[in-house]
Design a binder for this molecule. Structure first.
Ligand SMILES: [Zn+2]
Length: 497
C-alpha cells in the first residue's frame, strides 16, 4: 500500500438525483392561486407599457388539474402591437417569477401564458417557429448533416448577448445592465470558451461558436470582436445569408438589432445543421435572494428536455466534486419555455442560466474561473451522455468491508455507479486507527473499466482491530465520489506446537 496523505476530507455526499418534486395538493393550490394572481398583478402594474398594451391589465393565475403547471391569463390588454424580444422577455419574467415563488414548497414544471384563452402565437403565427418540433432521434438526424464523420457531434455554443447597435440612442451598447459588477454580455464568453474546449477534448465534437473570440476590432463599433453580439459575427461569416442575421422581426425602443441577435443564433444553428445548440446566460431577478443554476428547454421538444435534464444533473455532479461549490444551488428540474433562442431551433436546444448576477454570491461565482470550469465540465458531460443515450446517474462508489488475517492479504471489492471516465484515482485519509497500530492511507489507480475493481489489504496483529478510511475516487473528468473503507484485522489462529 502506498502512503498518500492528503488534507481533511469533508463528508460531502455525491449529488443524488432528486426525485421529481411533488405537485401542489388541491387545497394548497386554492390557497395559493389568489396570492400568485396578486403577485403577477403587482408585477405587471409596475411595468412600462409596450406599444399596443393597455394601461389596465387584470391577470388571473390558476393551477392545472395535475398541479404542476400554472396558467396565467393576461387578456388582450397585455398584447403588444408587435411581437418583440422585449415582449418575449416580459412574458418570460412572469414565468420566472412564478417558478421561483413556488419552487421551495410545491415546484411547478411549466407556466402557460394565455391571452383571452389563446397562446401568443395565435396572434403572431409567424413567430411560432419550425412547425414540426418533434425532433428526430440521432440516426435520422444524421441525414441533415453534411458529409462528415457521423460519429462526431457538432454543437453550436452560443454565449448570450453582446454589444449591439441601438437605433434610438444611436450607439453601441451591451444588452444587459451591470449588476454586482457583472455585465452578463461580457461574462458568457468565459463560459463558452471552456465549454467549447471540453466538447472538443472530451466529446470529440466539432464546436461552432455563435460569438467571435477574436481580439481585433469590429470596424463600425470599434469594439473588440469578443464583445460583439452573435448577429455581427454571423453577418461577417455569412454576408450572403442575411435572413439569418437580418431577420425581419419588429422591435421597440431601437432594439431591432438586439432582436435580430436573439433570432440569429437558432437560425444559424439550423443553417449549420448542428445536432445541438447550447445557449449560455446568467440570470436576473428583482429579488436579490433568488439564486442558482437553471436550464430551460424548447417547449415541444422531448429531446431538448432530455438534454436539459442531463445538463442540470451533471452540472450538479460536477459542482458537488468541489468543496467550495458543493452546495451551490442547482434547480431540481429543467423548465420548458418559449425563448426565441430555443423556439426557432430545429435541433435539441437548451438555455443554461449559470447563476443570477442579481445575487451577490452568484455574481461572485459567475466571475470565478473554478465555477466556470465546474459548470462547463458538467455541461459537456451532459452532452456526451445525451449523445450516448444515457441518463442521469451521478458518480458513486461503494467499497466492501474486508477481513484480513494477520500477515496475509485479502481483497476489498469496489463498485462504481454512474458514468465515471477512466482512469479513476483513489485517494484516502485515515479516519480511524487504534492506538499502537501504524495506519497508512490507501491509494489506487484503476485503468480498465472492464477489469474487476479490487484493492488488496494486509495487516499485522496480535489482537483484533479495525481500521477506517475516508476514501475519494476521482475520475478522468475530475468528478469525485466519496465513501468509506473498513478493514478488520484478525490475529493468526494459534498453531499447535
Ligand atoms: Zn441572458
Amino acid at each position: 500500500m502506498a502512503a498518500h496523505a492528503e488534507g481533511a476530507l469533508e463528508h460531502v455526499p455525491v449529488a443524488a438525483t432528486a426525485s421529481a418534486p411533488a405537485a401542489a395538493p388541491p387545497e394548497e393550490r386554492f390557497e395559493l392561486e389568489p396570492i400568485l394572481t396578486a403577485i403577477v398583478q403587482g408585477h405587471v402594474a409596475a411595468e412600462e407599457r409596450l406599444p399596443g398594451q393597455q394601461p389596465i391589465v387584470v391577470p388571473h393565475v390558476w393551477y392545472s388539474d395535475t398541479g404542476d403547471v400554472l396558467n396565467v391569463e393576461l387578456g388582450k390588454a397585455y398584447l403588444p402591437t408587435d411581437y418583440t424580444i422585449t415582449f418575449e422577455e416580459r412574458v418570460s419574467d412572469i414565468g420566472d417569477l412564478l417558478i421561483s415563488y413556488t419552487e421551495q414548497r410545491t415546484p411547478i414544471y411549466r407556466v402557460d401564458v394565455w391571452f383571452e384563452g389563446k397562446d401568443i402565437f395565435f396572434y403572431f403565427p409567424e413567430e411560432r417557429g419550425p412547425e414540426d418540433k418533434i425532433v428526430p432521434k440521432q440516426p435520422q438526424e444524421a441525414k441533415h448533416l453534411p458529409k462528415r464523420d457521423l460519429g462526431n457531434g457538432r454543437v453550436l455554443v452560443s454565449a448570450g448577448h453582446g454589444i449591439y447597435y441601438n437605433s434610438r440612442y444611436k450607439d453601441w451598447r451591451a444588452q444587459r445592465d451591470p449588476v454586482n459588477r457583472v455585465v452578463e454580455d461580457f461574462w458568457t464568453p468565459s463560459f463558452a470558451r471552456r465549454l467549447a474546449k471540453f466538447l472538443q477534448e472530451r466529446s470529440d465534437a466539432e464546436v461552432i461558436r455563435a460569438r467571435s473570440s477574436d481580439a481585433t476590432r469590429h470596424a463600425d463599433s470599434k469594439m473588440p470582436w469578443y464583445y460583439m453580439a452573435a448577429r455581427y459575427h454571423i453577418q461577417a461569416m455569412l454576408p450572403e445569408v442575411p435572413s439569418i442575421w437580418n431577420s425581419p422581426g419588429k422591435s421597440a425602443l431601437g432594439m431591432e438589432e438586439r432582436d435580430q441577435d436573439i433570432r440569429s443564433r437558432p437560425l444559424f444553428a439550423n443553417h449549420l445543421g448542428v445536432d445541438a445548440a447550447i445557449h449560455l446566460h446568467t440570470n436576473a431577478d428583482a429579488r436579490p435572494e433568488i439564486r442558482g443554476v437553471r436550464v430551460f428547454h424548447h417547449m415541444k421538444s422531448p429531446e431538448s428536455k432530455r438534454l436539459a435534464d442531463l445538463a442540470l444533473c451533471y452540472m450538479k455532479e460536477s459542482l458537488s466534486s468541489n468543496d467550495f461549490y458543493s452546495t451551490f444551488p442547482v434547480a431540481r428540474q429543467a423548465n420548458p419555455k418559449d425563448h426565441g433562442e430555443n423556439r426557432l431551433a430545429t435541433m435539441p436546444s437548451i438555455i443554461a442560466k449559470l447563476g443570477f448576477h442579481t445575487n451577490k454570491d452568484d455574481a461572485d461565482a459567475i466571475q470565478n474561473e473554478t465555477f466556470q470550469t465546474l459548470t462547463m465540465r458538467g455541461l459537456e458531460k451532459a452532452y456526451r451522455l445525451f449523445r450516448q443515450g444515457n441518463g442521469c446517474a451521478p458518480f458513486d462508489a461503494t467499497y466492501s468491508d474486508v477481513t484480513v488475517m494477520s500477515d496475509s492479504t485479502a481483497a476489498a471489492s469496489i463498485t462504481f455507479a454512474g458514468f465515471p471516465s477512466f482512469p479513476v484515482r483513489l485517494e484516502s485519509v485515515v479516519a480511524e486507527c487504534p492506538s499502537g497500530v501504524m495506519c497508512w492511507p490507501i491509494a489506487g489507480y484503476f485503468k480498465d473499466p472492464t477489469a474487476p475493481l479490487t484493492m488488496s489489504h494486509s495487516c499485522l496483529a496480535k489482537e483484533p482491530f479495525t481500521m477506517k478510511w475516508n476514501v475519494r475516487f476521482i475520475d478522468a473528468d475530475g468528478i469525485s465520489a466519496r465513501t468509506t473503507a473498513v478493514m478488520h484485522c484478525k490475529p493468526k489462529a494459534k498453531t499447535p506446537s
